[in-house]
Write a new protein. Structure first.
Lengths: 113, 469
C-alpha cells in the first residue's frame, strides 16, 4: 500500500527538510516552486507612487511517494524540520496512491519506491 | 567626422607653425602649446567617462554573483555609491584630498570643495583645468566607494549602507588621497610612495573597508553549515558577471592611461601593460582554479581578469611590459587562493571584493618595489626596483604605505560600521534576509513576475489610491 505525502513549506527550509528525510530513509522526492497563502493574508507596497498588494508568497512543494507504514514517519520528519514557529510555515497532507511504477526497470508497487 | 577634420587640421596647423619657426619650437618645450593643453584635457575627460562607466560594470558583477531576490537592492547600492558618493566627494572630500590647505604635516587637508572649479586662474594640475581634474577624481572616488557594496551584499540595510557610503567618499578616501596624490606625508618622504593609478589608494581602500564591513556584518544566513564549513551560495546570473567584468576591463583603459594626466606617448604603453596584466590574471586564475577544483569556474576567471587589472594599477607607470604579465598573473593566482581563505576565516564576501581589491591591490603596490624600472613621476628615479639593483629602499616605503593605509582604512571603517550598528543598525532582520531585500527595502521586486515569461500569478494592483504628492 502506497501513500503520497505532500508538503508546502518555506523555501529556505528545504535543505533542513531534505536532510531530515534522508535521516528517515527517504531516497527520492519531487520539489516544485509554488506560490500560496494561508490565513496570513497579504500586504501593501508602493511602486512609483502607486500602491499594489502582494497576496501570494513564494513557497516550495515537496512530494514523496512511500509505503503506507512509512507515511506517518515521513510527515513527522517534514513537520519537525520545516517548523519555524512563525506565520507561513505551511501544511502537510497525505493521499492514497493507486499505482506506482519505476520507468527504467518496470518494477511496480512498493518495489518502485 | 567634421570635428575630426577640424582637430586634424588644428594639429597639422600647430605642427606647421612649430616647424616654420624653430625658435618657437624651442620655446614650445618650456611653454605647452595650446593644442597640447586642449589634448590633455580632452583625453583625461574621456578617460574619466570610461571610469564612470565602471559603475555599470561593478553593478553587473555584484548582481550576477548574488541572488535574484536581492537584485534591486544591489543595483540601488551601486547607483547611490556613485550618485551620493560623488556629491559627498564634491562638497567635502575633494577639498580634503586636494584643497589648498595641508594640515597635520600632510596627514589631513582642507579646501572648499569644488568652489574654484569655474575659475580659469585657479590652481591646476599639470595642464588640466580644475574642472577636468575634479571630473577625473570624482570618477575614482565613485569606484572606491562601490567596491564595498559587493562584500556587504544580501544582508545590509540600505540606509545604513548609504550612511557609510557618504562617510567613505567624504572623509576616509580623501584622507588617503591627501597622504598621497594630494601631496601629503607619503609624498614628502625621502623615498616617496608610488601608486600610479591607485591599487592601494582606490582599490585597497575599498577592499579593506569591505573587510571591515563583512566582519561587522557577519556571514549570510546559510553560508556556513552546522559543521562550520562554507557552503556555496551561487549567484543568479553568470552572464551579468562576465559582461560586468568586461565593462570594467574597458573602463580600466580610462583608469590607468588617464592617470598619466596627459595625452603623451606613454599612454599607449600604459594601455598595453594594463591589457596584458588583465589577460594574464584571467588565464592564471582559470588554471589555478581548474587545477584545484576540477572544473574552470567562469566567475573565478572573471575575478582573475579583474585581479590582473587591480594588480597592474599601481606599477603600470614603472615596470617593463613583460613584468605586467608576471604581476597580473600572480594577481590572478592570489585571488583564487584568497577567496577560499576568507571563506574559511568565516568572512563572507559574496563577490570576492576583499580579495580582488584589498589583497591583490596590496600585491600590486608592493610589486613596484621589485619590478620598478622607469620613473613613473612618483619614484623620482629609474631602476628603483629590487630586481634592477634599487635595493630595498622602495620596498620599505611601499610596505610602510600599505601598512599604515591598512591600519587606517580598516580601523576607521571598522569603527564606523560598529557605530552604525549601534545606532541605526547595520544588518537586516532574519525574516527580511530570507524573504529578500527587494520588496522589504525598496517596495518592489527587481525581476517583476511577468518578466522572463514566468506567470503573473499572484500579483494584483490596487490602483485606486495614488500616494498624494
Amino acid at each position: 500500500m502506497l501513500h503520497l505525502v505532500t508538503a508546502v513549506i518555506k523555501p529556505h527550509k528545504l535543505d533542513d527538510v531534505k536532510e531530515a528525510l534522508k535521516g528517515v530513509g527517504v531516497q527520492g522526492m519531487t520539489v516544485s516552486e509554488v506560490k500560496g497563502f494561508g490565513r496570513q493574508g497579504g500586504h501593501t507596497e508602493t511602486y512609483r507612487g502607486a500602491e499594489y498588494t502582494i497576496d501570494f508568497v513564494p513557497k516550495v512543494k515537496i512530494e514523496i511517494v512511500c509505503g503506507t507504514e512509512d507515511a506517518e514517519k515521513v510527515a513527522d520528519a517534514i513537520a519537525t524540520a520545516a517548523q519555524t514557529g512563525k506565520i507561513g510555515d505551511g501544511k502537510i497532507w497525505m493521499t492514497a496512491v493507486d499505482r506506482l511504477a519505476r520507468i527504467r526497470t518496470g518494477e511496480m508497487g512498493t518495489d518502485a519506491v | 567626422m567634421k570635428r575630426k577634420l577640424l582637430i586634424g587640421a588644428g594639429l597639422v596647423g600647430a605642427a606647421l607653425l612649430l616647424l616654420a619657426n624653430p625658435a618657437a619650437a624651442q620655446e614650445a618645450e618650456e611653454v605647452a602649446p595650446a593644442s597640447q593643453i586642449v589634448l590633455d584635457n580632452v583625453f583625461v575627460f574621456l578617460c574619466a567617462i570610461l571610469v564612470f562607466f565602471m559603475q555599470a560594470g561593478f553593478a553587473l558583477v555584484e548582481a550576477g554573483l548574488t541572488r535574484a531576490k536581492n537584485v534591486s537592492n544591489i543595483f540601488m547600492k551601486n547607483l547611490m555609491d556613485g550618485m551620493a558618493g560623488i556629491l559627498a566627494f564634491a562638497l567635502v572630500g575633494y577639498g580634503i584630498g586636494f584643497g589648498g590647505s595641508e594640515l597635520l604635516g600632510g596627514w589631513f587637508g582642507f579646501g572648499f570643495g569644488i568652489s574654484g572649479i569655474e575659475d580659469p586662474a585657479a590652481a591646476q594640475v599639470l595642464n588640466l583645468s580644475p574642472a577636468t581634474f575634479f571630473f577625473f577624481q570624482a570618477a575614482f572616488a565613485a569606484v572606491a566607494a562601490t567596491i564595498v557594496s559587493g562584500a556587504m551584499a544580501e544582508r545590509t540595510k540600505f540606509k545604513s549602507y548609504f550612511i557609510y557610503s557618504l562617510v567613505i567618499t567624504a572623509v576616509l578616501y580623501p584622507t588617503v588621497l591627501r597622504w598621497t596624490w594630494g601631496g601629503g606625508w607619503l609624498a614628502q618622504l625621502d623615498i616617496p610612495f608610488s601608486d600610479f593609478a591607485g591599487s592601494t589608494i582606490v582599490h585597497a581602500t575599498g577592499g579593506w573597508a569591505a573587510l571591515a564591513g563583512a566582519i561587522v556584518l557577519g556571514p549570510r544566513l546559510g553560508k556556513y553549515g552546522k559543521d562550520g564549513k562554507p557552503r556555496a551560495i551561487p549567484g543568479h546570473n553568470v552572464p551579468f558577471v562576465v559582461l560586468g567584468a568586461l565593462i570594467l576591463f574597458i573602463g580600466w583603459f580610462g583608469f590607468n592611461p588617464g592617470s598619466e594626466l596627459a595625452a603623451d606617448n606613454l599612454v599607449p604603453q600604459l594601455a598595453v601593460k594594463t591589457l596584458l596584466a588583465a589577460c594574464a590574471g584571467a588565464v592564471v586564475a582559470m588554471i589555478v582554479n581548474w587545477a584545484r577544483d576540477g572544473k574552470p569556474d567562469v566567475t573565478m576567471a572573471a575575478n582573475g581578469m579583474l585581479a590582473g587589472l587591480v594588480a597592474i594599477t599601481a606599477p603600470v607607470g614603472a615596470v617593463e611590459t613583460w613584468a605586467a604579465l608576471v604581476i597580473g598573473g600572480i594577481g590572478g593566482a592570489i585571488v583564487v587562493l584568497s577567496v577560499s581563505f576568507f571563506d574559511r576565516m568565516r568572512v563572507d564576501d559574496p563577490v570576492g571584493a576583499i580579495s580582488v581589491h584589498g589583497v591583490v591591490g596590496t600585491w600590486g603596490t608592493l610589486s613596484i618595489a621589485l619590478f620598478a624600472r622607469y620613473d613613473d613621476a612618483f619614484l623620482g628615479r629609474e631602476d628603483a626596483g629590487l630586481f634592477y639593483g634599487g635595493g630595498i629602499d622602495q620596498l620599505s616605503t611601499q610596505a610602510l604605505f600599505v601598512g599604515v593605509h591598512f591600519v587606517f582604512v580598516f580601523g576607521a571603517a571598522f569603527l564606523l560600521f560598529q557605530a552604525i550598528k549601534a545606532t541605526v543598525g547595520l544588518r537586516v532582520t532574519e525574516e527580511e534576509e530570507l524573504a529578500g531585500l527587494d520588496v522589504e527595502e525598496h517596495g518592489h521586486m527587481g525581476y517583476a513576475p511577468d518578466a522572463g515569461g514566468s506567470s503573473s500569478l499572484g500579483t494584483s494592483s490596487s490602483s485606486t489610491k495614488p500616494v498624494s504628492v
